[in-house]
Write a protein that binds this ligand. Structure first.
Ligand SMILES: C[S@@+](CC[C@H](N)C(=O)[O-])C[C@H]1O[C@@H](n2cnc3c(N)ncnc32)[C@H](O)[C@@H]1O
Length: 226
């Protein structure tokens, strides 16, 4: 019944929905295992890809931690924490918004205005929304300086720092510490409001001869594997 309804909505309103960048579609029709997907997170592709990847990593019993660089209020990090509940989750952020060193580069290179405000958050408020806060390790400060004393291996990292410098530095730091079989998400690769993210991925992957897969989630994430 819902399938028919969805097809009807697409038939009647599909063009309008596409203009609003909304797509109603079926997904994983023939997969039988139960998946835990929060219907209130309005970026199905981002969260469903994370869930699929967590399944592969956990099935292989890969050893290592998970991380996010660019946490803000923790809205995506909470799902990393949920899907990798046995692993330590490193949370890298200034928790005070962009740093002016990175913003200067954005403006000089014409990548973005760097004017978005991410200051209204805190470590405490992020930990409050985590399903397993005891597994979370906040690393507050300017990245990459904040990672100087971190000597860990990672199975999954979400890089969502928007700007060229932290994305490039994030790739340098995390790719060398990524285990074989691990994954990195870089948010905003296909986002024309933050052109530095794509530039950073293209530069790093070109230098290291690494391939990547763009996915059609809301902000145009790219997935890198090792
Ligand atoms: C778009 S927000 C992250 C959103 C979050 N991942 C989500 O899905 O809700 C970007 C974050 O990157 C952080 N950030 C950007 N550059 C940084 C740097 N050099 N060091 C630490 N944090 C940085 C900002 O403070 C901001 O909180």
């Amino acid at each position: 019944m819902f399938r028919r309804l969805s097809k009807g909505i697409n038939f009647l309103f599909g063009k309008k929905l596409q203009r609003e960048k909304i797509f109603i579609t079926n997904s994983l029709e023939f997969l039988e295992r139960k998946r835990n997907i929060d219907k209130n997170y309005f970026d199905y592709i981002r969260i469903a890809t994370l869930e699929l990847i967590s399944f592969e990593i956990n099935k292989k019993n890969l050893r290592g931690n998970v991380a996010e660089l660019g946490v803000y209020k923790g809205k995506f990090a909470r799902y990393i924490n949920l899907y990798f509940k046995e692993r330590n989750l490193y949370l890298f952020d200034t928790f005070e918004g962009f740093d002016k060193r990175d913003v200067n580069k954005e403006i000089n290179e014409g990548f973005s205005s760097g004017s978005q405000d991410f200051t209204n958050t805190s470590v405490a408020s992020v930990l409050r929304i985590m399903p397993f806060p005891e597994k979370c390790i906040p690393v507050q400060g300017f990245f990459p300086e904040s990672a100087k004393n971190i000597n860990e291996r990672f199975v999954f990292i979400s890089i969502d720092a928007d700007l060229y410098e932290p994305v490039y530095e994030g790739l340098k730091f995390f790719y060398k510490n990524l285990v074989n079989g691990g994954y990195i998400f870089v948010h905003d690769f296909n986002n024309d409001h933050y052109k530095g993210a794509r530039k950073a991925v293209e530069r790093f992957c070109g230098e290291e001869n690494i391939c990547f897969t763009p996915i059609p989630d809301a902000a145009g994430t790219v997935v890198i594997t090792k």
